[in-house]
Design a protein around this ligand. Structure first.
Ligand SMILES: [Zn+2]
Length: 153
C-alpha cells in the first residue's frame, strides 16, 4: 500500500496520511491526530459506526469532507498515545508507557484469551504524560524509539 500525504481537512497542515484503496481507505493526520476511514463516511446522524463509539469519542468527533473524524489511538510496543479530556473538557493527548507488571501483582491481570496465563506487561495509564498537541506526543514517541534503537534494546 502506498501512502499519500495531503493537506489535512481539519488542521490544514500537510500531514494527512492516506492509505488503502477507495473501498477501504484510512486517513490519519499526524499533526492534529484526527483519523477517519471509509466506514466513517456520512454524518453523525446517519453513520452506524459512529453510534457505536463511546461518549467521549462522540463528543470529540468532527464532520468534514463527507467523513466523521475521530481522535486516533496509537498503540505501540512501548506504550499508547490516546485522547483524553482535561478538567475543562478540552481534548488533550496522553502517553502511557508499557511497563513490566511486578511478579507478585501478575495474578491480578489474567489473560482472557489464554486461560491460566497472566499478563507480564501493562499500559501504565496511572502515570500517563499529558500533551496539549498530538504532534508533541508523536515527537516524544519518535525520540523514545530512536533511543531504544541506539541502545540496542
Ligand atoms: Zn490535521
Amino acid at each position: 500500500m502506498k501512502d499519500l500525504i495531503s493537506n489535512c481537512f481539519l488542521c490544514e497542515e500537510k500531514a494527512l496520511h492516506i492509505a488503502g484503496t477507495e473501498e477501504a481507505q484510512v486517513m490519519q493526520c499526524i499533526n492534529c491526530g484526527y483519523t477517519t476511514s471509509t466506514k466513517f463516511n456520512g454524518t453523525k446522524e446517519t453513520n452506524e459506526e459512529f453510534q457505536k463509539l463511546g461518549e467521549d469519542m462522540k463528543n470529540w468527533a468532527k464532520e468534514e469532507n463527507g467523513y466523521i473524524w475521530i481522535p486516533s489511538i496509537i498503540t505501540l510496543p512501548i506504550g499508547m498515545l490516546y485522547p483524553i479530556n482535561n478538567k475543562s473538557k478540552e481534548l488533550k493527548w496522553a502517553f502511557a508507557s508499557m511497563v513490566e507488571i511486578p511478579e507478585e501483582d501478575r495474578k491480578k491481570y489474567p489473560n482472557p484469551s489464554m486461560p491460566g496465563k497472566f499478563y507480564e506487561k501493562k499500559i501504565d495509564t496511572d502515570n500517563a504524560v499529558v500533551y496539549d498537541l498530538f504532534l508533541e506526543g508523536m515527537t516524544m514517541i519518535n525520540e523514545m524509539l530512536k533511543q531504544k534503537a541506539s541502545s540496542g534494546e
